[in-house]
Design a protein around this ligand. Structure first.
Ligand code: CUA
Length: 155
């Protein structure tokens, strides 16, 4: 089969890009343990309030300016809401849902999770600057979806 020079160049570029892409994805997935922030720990969505750590919701200090924030998403609110945390704090969010799939997005940060009932979702974020951060549900969850939000005040 005869291939023209430019055809060969484009085939090499295309194939090479594909190999680089698969290498990056493969190394991330298998060597660096990159996984989505959910679906590892399960919970009975009907017994959330009785199951640790959701039997004690809220902010808990676990280290030097390091906190655990246990939250429950439910149509159409996050509880507890209106959280206050100190500047520079590292917060380990632990979130589950009691009913349907909700979103957990903190505007202006990389925190963005799908909160699935039956699963415990974890994500960590360090708040380096003071301000008011909006926490949004970004998965359509019913008639009150657009009102489902709260705030995190970093003081
Ligand atoms: Cu909860 Cu949309």
């Amino acid at each position: 089969m005869h291939l023209y020079k430019y055809e060969k160049i484009w085939l090499l570029l295309g194939g090479g890009t594909l190999i680089i892409f698969l290498l990056v994805v493969g190394i991330n997935a298998f060597a660096m343990g990159m996984t989505p922030p959910s679906h590892h720990e399960t919970i009975d969505p009907n017994k959330v309030d009785q199951t640790a750590p959701f039997n004690e919701q809220g902010l808990k200090q676990v280290g030097d300016n390091e906190y655990e924030l246990v939250m429950v998403a439910q149509a159409f609110a996050f509880s507890p809401g209106n959280i206050e945390i100190p500047k520079g704090a590292t917060v380990h969010f632990i979130v589950t849902s009691k009913d349907v799939v909700h979103g957990f997005q903190i505007a202006g940060t990389n925190v963005n999770m799908m909160v699935t009932p039956g699963h415990i979702n974890r994500i960590t974020h360090t708040f380096k600057e003071t301000g008011s951060f909006l926490v949004l549900c970004n998965e359509y969850c019913g008639v009150g979806h657009q009102a489902m939000s709260t705030t995190i005040e970093v003081m």
